[in-house]
Ligand binder design. Structure first.
Ligand code: FES
Length: 111
């Protein structure tokens, strides 16, 4: 298992407050959100009942709300703010200024 950094999208692909799900490797995805000019990468499925988090919406304070039952998650830490024990993964994001390319780093368990 080792860290990998992959180009997943362009900043121009993101709309404020709208999730975009992208592949990290053959088995894993993450969902990107643009919030107040900053890009976040989190797990793509809600840990409650696996609703796609790309359908969620954002609230003030960098909070992602799952649209199915309303569980709330911190975009920064992945902590579930509704019920303990339901956190989502978060991934480091880097933006290449010149090209607008979004890079996400993750621990690749396929390597
Ligand atoms: S599936 Fe997300 S809160 Fe229930």
């Amino acid at each position: 298992m080792q860290w990998r950094r992959v180009a997943v999208a362009q900043m121009a692909d993101l709309l404020p407050g709208r999730g975009l799900t992208v592949s990290l490797n053959e088995e894993r995805e993450c969902t990107l959100f643009l919030h107040e000019g900053r890009c976040y990468a989190v797990g793509s499925l809600c840990p409650h009942q696996n609703a796609p988090l790309c359908n969620g919406y954002l609230e003030e304070g960098e909070i992602l709300v799952c649209r199915r039952h309303g569980f709330r998650f911190s975009l920064q830490t992945g902590e579930c703010l509704t019920i303990g024990g339901y956190g989502i993964p978060t991934y480091p994001v880097e933006i290449e200024e010149a090209s607008g390319t979004i890079f996400v780093s993750f621990l690749d368990d396929l390597s």
